[in-house]
Design a protein around this ligand. Structure first.
Ligand code: PHE
Length: 484
């Protein structure tokens, strides 16, 4: 068997993993779901989810990958030897398959808008109405939709076909800083617009009445989605790490970068949304309808428009690659396929599966179930069911099945200095991974299938969760102390 590839450096890993994490989730999805679910209040819940669930699960996932040097299925099998857990790894592969199918549709919009920017279309879009009718006419055109969906897909397959390691690691090192700089410029531009203050108020002033079981589930689902967690993408990337890497600090850096980019995108977009008098709950078309107006009116807007959509597309590409890589790695590792064959066969299958999603905005727009199009349904199932479910099982697996203490020994490799003489840090991490993350995901789940709905409706449920978290933390910490 060929020797397993490894990242060139920890920095390279952090950037590649950030490349997977930072994508459409941050720049396209986060602003519009925050807009639909109450702005600041939603962001607050989301940040809690990131800190107390996302970070521990991320560490667990990377650790499983590094320890086993395997894809998700192989990783679960090697650590447990059980069929059940191996199948859970398989669920991750399935999630990767499904997510890529609708992810590439939105990435197709971004690719198409790159061309719109190059053609100078934005300068003709003076108002929000013009921008959104232009958006609707493009997305409503099946040829445009399928065309750019295909182009993006071919790019994704091509990179994975050629082998991603050098491409991703090197590409991330160049593209990520540029993305950052452009976002800063757009943020400044947004804030300087007349009437942008309302956007900032929307971002920082919480409206708690918008928070309910559904929005907490969406926040948690998005925490997983934006951090690429719950389906083995970071496990796969972690499997290319060596023992010297400090996993906790790497995870912190990835989480920090991902959150920073999302907040920056939020500022850039909501200032523009309010300044141009648009609806913050504008749905999936939000950035396409708002930023284009800003580009159309600003000096140098042509260049910034082009750059923005190039970078959005590249950000989407580094994420899409990691999704396809999970599926491909499984077939290469476990089924003995060549990389080329896996990319061609699976790429084609995912592509076909994604076509109804691409048509959900035009030909199939009226075909709905519970008011949800095919696109909405696969997005909901993958982001709000499969990913949290995967995260739940990963945290349970590492903390209870593999065993926290055994996992900790592995985690200490490369991170000795962090854990040395810090029993409180260790027990806190233990409590989070063993109890808080699973319990919290579980509650949100129960709520989502409305078992707890009526009970929770009476009290704002994030308070219940917060109180629960504090109580559990207290009990466990005191128990750990007593043991010593
Ligand atoms: N994290 C990516 C984003 O925010 C999406 C993604 C999800 C990538 C899951 C890989 C795995 O756009």
């Amino acid at each position: 068997m060929a020797k397993r590839e490894h990242w060139g450096s920890k920095f390279g890993f952090v950037l590649a993993a950030s490349g997977s994490a930072i994508g459409l989730g941050n720049i396209w999805k986060f602003p519009y779901i925050a807009g639909e679910n109450g702005g600041a209040a939603f962001i607050f819940v989301y940040l809690i989810c990131i800190a107390i669930v996302g970070l521990p699960v991320m560490i667990a996932e990377i650790l499983m990958g590094r320890t086993t040097q395997r894809n998700p299925v192989g990783a679960f099998r090697k650590l447990s030897g059980s069929k059940f857990w191996t199948a859970i790894g398989g669920l991750g592969i399935l999630a990767g398959f499904i997510i890529l199918s609708f992810y590439a549709v939105i990435a197709g919009w971004s690719t198409g808008y790159m061309i719109e920017a190059l053609r100078g279309t934005f300068s003709t879009l003076g108002t929000a109405e013009q921008a959104s009718s232009h958006f609707n006419s493009l997305v409503g055109d099946p040829t445009w939709m399928i065309g750019f969906y295909t182009i993006f897909f071919v790019f994704t397959m091509a990179v994975v076909y050629l082998g991603v390691k050098d491409g991703i690691e090197k590409g991330s090192k160049i593209m990520m800083p540029i993305l950052f700089v452009i976002l800063i410029i757009l943020m400044i531009k947004g804030i300087s617009l007349k009437g942008s203050g309302e956007g900032l108020v929307f971002l920082w002033k919480p409206d708690w009445s918008k928070i309910n079981g559904q929005s907490v589930l969406i926040a948690l689902g998005h925490a997983f989605f934006t951090l690429s967690l719950g389906m083995g993408a970071l496990m796969t990337y972690g499997s290319y790490l060596n023992k010297k890497t400090n996993i906790p600090t790497a995870a912190l850096q990835i989480v920090f970068l991902d959150t920073l980019i999302a907040i920056m995108a939020g500022v850039a977009i909501f200032t523009a949304v309010f300044a141009t008098g648009q609806d913050p709950a504008g749905g999936p078309g939000l950035i396409f309808n708002t930023l284009t107006v800003v580009f159309g009116s600003m000096t140098g807007g042509y260049i910034f428009g082009v750059l923005f959509f190039v970078l959005l597309t590249v950000a989407a590409l580094t994420s899409a690659i990691s999704l396809l890589e999970v599926v491909v790695a499984y077939f290469v590792d476990e089924k003995g396929w060549s990389r080329h064959r896996a990319v061609l066969v699976l790429g084609l299958l995912v592509f076909i599966f994604g076509i109804p999603s691409a048509l959900s905005f035009n030909l199939l727009a009226e075909v709905t179930y519970n008011d949800m199009t095919f696109f909405d349904i696969v997005d909901f199932i993958a982001s709000n069911v499969l990913l949290p479910f995967g995260g739940l099982l990963i945290s349970i697996f590492v903390a209870w099945i593999w065993g926290f203490d055994k996992a900790l020994i592995k985690l200490k490799d490369g991170a000795e200095n962090i854990f040395r003489d810090r029993p409180l840090l260790i027990s806190t991490f233990k409590v989070f991974l063993k109890y808080i993350a699973p319990v919290m995901i579980f509650i949100v789940f129960l709520n989502s299938i409305s078992l707890l709905e009526s009970a929770i409706e009476q009290v704002k449920n994030y308070w219940i969760i917060l109180v629960l978290v504090i109580v559990i933390l207290g009990i466990i910490l005191s128990r750990n102390r007593m043991k010593k």
